[in-house]
Design a protein around this ligand. Sequence first.
Ligand SMILES: C[S@@+](CC[C@H](N)C(=O)[O-])C[C@H]1O[C@@H](n2cnc3c(N)ncnc32)[C@H](O)[C@@H]1O
Length: 233
Amino acid sequence: MTDRADTPPQRRNFYGRRVGKGLRQSQRGYLEQDLAGLSIPGVEVDDNPDRARLDPAALFGRAAPLWLEVGFGGGEHMVHMAARYPAVNLIGCEPFVNGVAMLLGKIRRAGVTNLRIHPGDVRDLFDVLPDGCVEKCFLNYPDPWPKKRHHRRRFVTPEHLLPLARVLAPGAEFRIATDIPDYVRQAHEEVPGAGFDLLTEGGTPWEDWLSTRYEQKALREGRVPHYLTFRRR
Ligand SMILES: C[S@@+](CC[C@H](N)C(=O)[O-])C[C@H]1O[C@@H](n2cnc3c(N)ncnc32)[C@H](O)[C@@H]1O
């Protein structure tokens, strides 16, 4: 860990699910055997109350471009990216323990070693990452929070976008995939104000995209994916 963050320790409201249906025996095994070795020390407030900043290169044992996936769900996109870009260091955040267990199973099967996990809220990770250390961020099918009174819980709000902008390097790419037209509206309204320019958007995914569980569900239910690429100024 390096110098301290200027932000005080925080206890945050988290409105999503952390535990779902029962885990399979094999998934309990992945969590017991693999999670500690792949987790990032010093992210939780209890482990690092001073919020000392982490050294990402030390975490991976090598200096390499760092990419971040927020809310990786079952982890299919994370593992796909890790396998496709072995020279990149990837961090994924996901508070839903069943998703973390699914990712761990996929990591075992793919044999990738360039992934680390924060099994919790990405805002806690933002607190302890150094300025400008992340070169690409993926936000795939963020929680839609469809009710108007819940729109302030969405990721595309300053509470999330400003710390994301701080940890992204100038020129870094921020990709959003969503099937919710009103989420696209809010992204247009809020992301540029946090220090990003819109580069591309539309219905065609990125060349290296791997469709996720939520995208498959959206397609089955007749919703239309929309892909946006922003660049950190
Ligand atoms: C709709 S799911 C999409 C999952 C996956 N990206 C996909 O496309 O299948 C949104 C995910 O974001 C996670 N999430 C919500 N808030 C988060 C936060 N503050 N930090 C990290 N992940 C979060 C949720 O737990 C959930 O798994």
